[in-house]
Design a protein. Structure first.
Length: 363
């Protein structure tokens, strides 16, 4: 699988109550400065970089107007060899998607849309601080289909305090009724610096791990019955519709990220940008020690339900996973948290929801 290009679009109409990703309100001068900064950063890209996937994330890429979206595509096409791109994803908020913006996205090469539905209950959407109502998601999917998009994904959030389990189950049913190719179901986490974090610190918000796990287990059963493969801890897809770009992160692949807060991994070097506007700079760059990188790749790959094939891991890293973490793997297998076969390791099903605790012992 070839390298990927990630473009961070750091703009939102309004910040959601749970979100810690870097973003700023849309301001014409700020957008212009960001586009200029992207052009400069793309001019400094690795000389032999030719992505096979592109991902517009944020922020909210569709918070940009049609003209700025067109200018984004122009900046990319003038500087990057895009002839090998097979998957081009754009994240979108249903409340910011219009026929005109979809036309620009399609003309630019986008063939996969990731819609942040989060819920189909308006009360839940208000609690999360979303700008859209449930009907906007239904309308956005219809617009995407009219625009010719045959690969549409929906994001949902489960485990929201104060939201009954039956409400989330209705969310899943509503999502399935729209016949998406992909579903990402994320467990709500309290991120530092967010309104939810402040509410939790004040005792006004508390997560229930037992309830979150029950919703996770129910989701796995329900989506399997609907024909979706559970291929990564938070991701489910129709056959052949797994996200190829994110697969690069989980398999130790190479990628270049541009924009504030974006990260890259290329030819054994990892670097990241500071989260600043109107200008940004590289925050760090490090040459990865091979064994440390291999351990990191081991953990990322175990996010996939298939885990690691021994030969695949050796080809990706140059190491055998038993040489890196043999005693830890054996102990986790004895505890029932890893499944170890002759030439494959993967997370045990009962460990999927608590995967971070497993990963902490392997990195």
């Amino acid at each position: 699988m070839g390298p990927g290009l990630y473009v961070h679009v750091p703009f939102c109409i309004r910040k959601c109550a749970y979100c810690a990703f870097f973003s700023r309100p849309v301001e014409p001068g700020l957008v212009a400065a960001w586009l200029a900064g992207l052009a400069r950063e793309l001019d400094e890209r690795p000389a032999d970089f030719a992505p096979t996937t592109v991902f517009f994330g944020g922020g909210t890429p569709t918070a940009l107007d049609e003209g700025d979206l067109a200018r984004l595509f122009e900046a990319l096409r003038a500087r990057v060899d895009l002839r090998r791109v097979g998957e081009w994803t754009c994240e979108a908020n249903p409340g910011t998607l219009t026929p005109g913006k979809l036309a620009v996205l399609r003309a630019g090469g986008v063939n996969r849309l990731s819609l942040g539905a989060q819920s189909f209950a308006d009360a839940t959407l208000r609690r999360l601080g979303r700008i859209h109502a449930a009907d906007a998601t239904r309308a956005a999917v219809a617009l995407a289909r009219e625009a010719g998009l045959a690969n549409v994904g929906l994001d949902l959030i489960y485990g929201v305090p104060g939201v009954a389990r039956k409400t989330f189950e209705a969310d899943v049913a509503a999502a399935l009724a729209l016949e998406p190719e992909h579903l990402s179901c994320y467990c709500l986490e309290i991120e530092a610096g967010t309104p939810f974090a402040r509410a939790a610190a004040a005792g006004r918000l508390a997560l229930s791990e037992d309830e979150q796990r029950a919703q996770f287990d129910w989701t796995r059963r329900r989506l399997a019955a609907a024909g979706f493969a559970h291929y990564e801890i938070s991701n489910f897809a129709r056959p052949g519709r797994e996200c190829r770009h994110n697969g690069l992160y989980w398999s130790g692949g190479e990628y270049v990220g541009v924009g504030p807060a974006a990260h890259s991994h290329w030819r054994g070097v990892r670097w990241g940008n500071v989260a600043e506007l109107p200008t940004w700079r590289r925050a760090f760059a490090e040459q990865l020690e091979p064994a440390a990188k291999a351990r990191e790749t081991l953990v990322m790959g175990l996010r996939r339900l298939a885990g690691w094939d021994r030969a695949e891991f050796r080809a990706a890293t140059g190491f055998d996973y038993d040489d890196l973490r043999g005693p830890e793997i054996a102990r986790l297998a004895a505890e029932g948290r890893l499944v170890v076969e002759s030439n494959r390791i993967r997370l045990a099903e009962d460990a999927l929801f608590v995967s971070d605790a497993v990963f902490a012992e392997l990195v």
